[in-house]
Design a protein around this ligand. Structure first.
Ligand code: GTB
Length: 216
């Protein structure tokens, strides 16, 4: 059955792979599942057809036959549960990998995403420096603990899993920042994720969309 996901026709990140369709593309590439992409604009995302798929008018969505899903974490879990290579077979290891998926989205991503938003939307506020410092302190605390837990391992809990896939996509938003550079262990972890052939294919696919939309 054909899998169709949605993505920005012209991503505001200019093809840097930071929009949340990237994690779904990567999971599908790891799974070896072909997929189609329906491109949407900020306007069409608010139209009834898209709102029926995604109650908050966001991307990504996932359609496969009668199944329509939203929330990138739920979509990645759905893909991981149906294919080899993204969740371990052992029940305990599988549960731990899922815990890392939640950790990426619930514990690590919020302050990183809030920092990114603040740098765009709150830069002119008188309290901007204070807010930025507070967010960066939280991020630093989380990265300290994450880096300690990862130690000198390649991945968070044994073999590469959907937990690593989500964690790497979340950390990638800090790429090039002093925050990630402060943690060489995590920088190397992110680089390992980026080096995976499935990541490379997913990145190239989303970049091609941006390039085409920009007339390149
Ligand atoms: N919790 C949802 C999920 O994980 O699927 C969140 C989805 C979400 O935030 N989608 C964003 C969206 O559709 C795109 S990815 N926003 C439109 C809206 O809310 O109206 C977030 C994003 C946006 C922009 C950049 N960027 O410019 O770098 C990066 C990531």
């Amino acid at each position: 059955m054909t899998i169709t996901i949605t993505a920005f026709e012209k991503s505001p990140d200019r093809g840097r792979g930071l929009a949340r369709d990237m994690r779904v593309r990567w999971a599908l590439e790891e799974a070896g599942e072909p997929y189609e992409v329906r491109l949407v604009t900020f306007k069409t995302m608010r139209e009834p057809a898209h709102m029926a798929l995604q109650p908050f008018g966001q991307i990504p969505t996932y359609e496969e036959g009668d199944l329509a899903l939203f929330e990138s974490g739920a979509i990645v879990l759905h893909i991981a549960e149906r294919h080899q290579g993204l969740l371990p077979g052992d029940a305990g290891a599988r549960a731990r990998a899922i815990a890392w998926m939640f950790a990426a989205l619930n514990t690590i991503e919020p302050p990183i995403f809030d920092r990114a938003l603040a740098t765009i939307l709150e830069r002119d506020q008188p309290w901007y420096e204070h807010r930025l410092n507070a967010l960066e302190a939280t991020i630093r605390k989380r990265l300290t603990d994450l880096s300690r837990r990862l130690g000198d391992a390649d991945w968070l809990d044994g073999a590469f899993s959907a937990g690593d896939l989500l964690m790497v996509t979340v950390l990638l938003r800090l790429k090039g920042s002093h925050l990630l550079a402060e943690f060489p262990t995590l920088s190397a972890y992110v680089a390992r994720g980026e080096a995976r052939p499935a990541y490379q294919r997913a990145f190239a696919a989303q970049l091609a969309v941006f390039t085409a939309a920009s007339g390149g």
